[in-house]
Ligand binder design. Structure first.
Ligand SMILES: [Ca+2]
Length: 351
């Protein structure tokens, strides 16, 4: 599992006009990415040059030696790192400042939008047998796996076209988060070395999130599954491998089979907003005693089940009760917005 990182009440989301529907969220990344981002504060070098002082060719020679020392084959090191140059576009994207922070209501309107709901229903009906098989193996609800698939890559249609090795090398050479991205670069070389994907097909986001589930290379090595049993874990082309990899990730994040993620609630007037942080848990009966009701105004179940309350837009905005499985979704992406979007989309495409 990636390390847990410090809480952040709401994410800083970058609205990127160049990427169509996509919203690049500072929190909308793997937890390990978050860790890297959090350690990057204040280290920005002035100007648009690289933070690294070492010439790229010298840096690359050192990387080749390290990759060989870590057991990557000479052939993979030679081919994957041949004619490699940094990608200025990756640095440019990495150094953007947020234009503004999205509210939860704005994020929800963009991510849990009608086209993605319609496509999700079709994805479930087109892949019914496969989803049933993956659910039987990993115990994760088909609609939740589909919702993550839909949010990460629009059900496998928007994978990102950046060459992963070049992106990771660019970010590893740039000095600000060198350790994290250098490690991910070695992991990417290991994936190539194991033959899961060819170099030209190993594409992803500008930051190296790969394939239909948008796994960083470390997540690939830890969680990707060869569900169609062709000998390769192919999260770029295989729906079976993609959905099983998402299912395996959530199962390893302590997903509880047969349980939901949460539901909408109504908070009483004067409710202490600090309690609605999306993480601090109490029994449903304790929330009920504080005046929390179901969204339709009926009482919460008189239950000892632990739940957190999330009200990301504060008083007057939407509020939700979150159960243990919401925290499993959070391990996929450490953002309350993301957790809520996955949960709501899963409900909508299952209905
Ligand atoms: Ca496979």
């Amino acid at each position: 599992m990636p390390p847990q990182v410090a809480r952040q009440a709401s994410g800083a989301f970058i609205v990127s006009p160049g990427l169509g529907w996509q919203i690049i969220a500072m929190e909308h990344m793997r937890v390990s990415r978050r860790t890297a981002l959090l350690t990057a504060g204040g280290l920005l070098m002035g100007g648009k040059g690289f933070a690294a002082a070492e010439p790229f060719d010298a840096w690359l020679a050192g990387l080749r030696a390290e990759a060989r020392a870590q057991g990557i084959s000479a052939e993979t090191v030679r081919t994957a790192l041949a004619a490699l140059r940094p990608n200025p576009r990756v640095l440019e994207l990495d150094r953007r400042q947020p234009e503004r922070t999205l509210t939860w209501a704005e994020y929800r309107a963009r991510i849990v939008a009608e086209p993605r709901i319609v496509q999700g229903r079709r994805a479930i009906s087109d892949n019914r047998e496969l989803l049933q098989a993956v659910e039987a193996r990993f115990g994760v609800a088909a609609a939740v796996m589909s919702a993550i698939w839909g949010i990460e890559s629009n059900y496998g249609t928007t994978l990102g076209s950046f060459p992963v090795v070049q992106s990771l090398a660019t970010l590893a050479y740039d000095g600000r988060r060198a350790t994290f991205f250098r490690s991910e670069l070695i992991n990417a070389l290991r994936i190539l070395d194991q033959g899961h994907i060819g170099l030209a097909q190993m594409t992803g986001s500008w930051a190296g999130a790969m394939g239909q589930p948008q796994f960083m290379p470390s997540s690939f090595l830890a969680y990707a599954v060869d569900f169609d049993r062709d000998g390769r874990r192919d999260i770029w082309h295989s729906r079976a491998d993609t959905l099983a990899s998402i299912g395996n990730y959530l199962a390893r994040a302590q997903w509880r089979a047969g349980e939901g993620w949460g539901f909408a609630v109504r908070l009483p007037a004067g409710f202490d907003a600090r309690l609605a942080d999306g993480r601090s848990v109490r029994p449903l009966s304790a929330w009920s005693a504080l005046g929390v009701k179901r969204h339709d105004g009926s009482a919460l179940p008189a239950s000892s089940v632990q739940a957190a309350i999330a009200a990301p837009d504060g008083p007057g905005g939407e509020a939700f009760a979150l159960f243990s499985n919401a925290q499993a979704i959070r391990r996929y992406n450490n953002s309350t917005y993301y957790v809520l979007a996955v949960g709501l989309l899963s409900d909508l495409i299952a209905s």
